[in-house]
Design a protein. Sequence first.
Length: 395
Amino acid sequence: MEAFFRTHSYLVEHTNAPVRRGLMDEINWSDRMIGIKGTRGVGKTTFLLQYAKENFDVRDRKCLYVNMNNFYFQGRGIADFAGEFYKNGGKVLLIDQVFKETNWSKELRYCYDHYPELKIVFTGSSVMRLKEENPELNGIVKSYNLRGYSFREFLNLLTGNNFRPYTLDEILNDHERIIKQILPKVSPSKYFQDYLHHGFYPFFQENRNYSENLLKTMNMMTEVDILLIKQIELKYLTKIKKLFYLLAVNGPKAPNISQLANDIKTSRATVMNYVKYLADARLINLIYPAGQVFPKKPAKVMMHNSNLMYAIYPIKAEKQNVMETFFVNSLWKDHIVNEGGKDGVYLVDQNKYFRICDASKSNKIRIRPDVIYARYNTEVGKGNQIPLWLLGFLY
């Protein structure tokens, strides 16, 4: 136990979170069982350590961070370890990568039932289905998703500003005033392309080649998150990776499931399952017609964020596709995005049509009052024409 406290103290003291994540204020920290899911690389470990740093003195033994990567837990379960921590006055146990522990959900349930004064906050992969696949956690766990940096967070980090997030309604109704508060302090267009290329994952701040780091992270998502959590045999890994690559280079469009099945030599049903796993891993986004969901065939498959497009196949990263990917990724957190029936058009929350378009070509577009135009290559907007970058302030 002493070794864990020493590691905890070192990690907390050396944690530097240059951007305070908005999720920190969205979580109800009074709950006893909190699950934080997120794709690999979005900063879940830093998030846990930042919580400890904000709420406990580094020498306070009421809070402890542990990582299930530690081989110690191969011989000792979570419940046993938590029991000793609890017996010695522990109040908050932060468990990183909980899925690395066998029977983790049953162990957490035991802790919840037997240690009534203990709060457990754990992280896990976005591939995990906390309640659907772990019925013992139903009714006791509150689940949250940590995402990569928004454009707002990226901008705040690089410019030292502290711009707040806005709701979609605020942006649609008041974007001209909001922009007047932002533009005197910073020119978003100077940073927008950098964000699209390398701003979503916090590790862009590390002194390493970003694209190589992202490729390594993507491989870990498939090799560990999908195979381990979904219990898929290793021999099928190459099929999943090839499918992901084909979806990436085909661009955002309706997938030809039969052709993909032929290309990776498997059945249509298996292709659909793999597509769902890739979406759960936050490698792709699935866009459906309004009213339809999986297992229906999606109307469009896109990369989850624009950074992935540049890492996988940069020569195929066409600007319109990149901008549509940014749009879907920005709205995905709190809104339902469906296919809108025309190229570049999306239906949001089943009541708002958005068209993603190039402001420099807007003289070729007939502006309709019932459509919202999210325009790139501009910093300003007017009426139902808003600058696309401002949707990066939704979280």
